[in-house]
Design a protein around this ligand. Structure first.
Ligand SMILES: [Zn+2]
Length: 189
């Protein structure tokens, strides 16, 4: 009798944990195919954070082991270091990239060329977990912020393993959210 009582309590605790995890984050923290994009617009300044499983960008998540994997990682970094091609804001707004940082526990900082890693990175252990993410911070400045009204996400074509980008945009006009795919890759705001 007591055992079933304990079981029921345990089940309740587990389902509460599962529910609260779901409620706190609409997307699971690491799901291949999915990425999170947070956009914060403050006047002429735009801060974008991309958080994606590394798999979506490379089809692997370990430190590059072969010359082919190193090439692939280098190409990926080259693409991400031109974010204006991947995150296309209304052209009339004249937004330009001012600063960017890339971080992944599976890739050497020298390859990412992002300067000092975020504080979180310093505590990363040398052993890389089986799954790894890449986080990109991109800072844009716009000449005509009054012309801002749309974001087109061009991440799907170069990164074929990426299928859904969950975009959240916060600006003085309010909040907008959408799930973007290669078929529907822009969001008005
Ligand atoms: Zn993974």
């Amino acid at each position: 009798m007591r055992q079933s009582h304990v079981c029921a309590a345990l089940l309740m605790a587990l389902s509460w944990l599962a529910w609260s995890a779901f409620a706190a984050s609409p997307l699971p923290p690491h799901q291949h195919g999915y990425a999170d994009l947070e956009v914060l617009i403050d006047g002429a300044q735009i801060d974008v954070t991309l958080d994606t499983p590394l798999y979506n960008l490379l089809a692997f998540e370990h430190p590059p082991r072969t010359a082919a994997e190193q090439d692939k990682a280098r190409q990926m970094v080259q693409l991400l270091r031109q974010p204006a091609r991947l995150l296309v804001f209304s052209p009339a707004a004249g937004c330009q990239v001012r600063d960017l940082q890339l971080y992944s526990p599976a890739l050497p900082a020298a390859l990412l060329q992002d300067g000092p890693a975020p504080a979180k990175a310093e505590t990363a252990t040398p052993s890389v977990p089986p799954h790894s993410n890449l986080t990109g911070h991109f800072h844009f400045r716009c000449q005509h912020p009054e012309a801002l009204g749309q974001l087109r996400v061009e991440l799907f074509n170069p990164f074929l393993y990426l299928t859904v980008v969950k975009v959240q945009i916060r600006s003085d006009k309010g909040e907008k959210a959408a799930l973007l795919t290669s078929d529907k890759n822009s969001i008005p705001f």
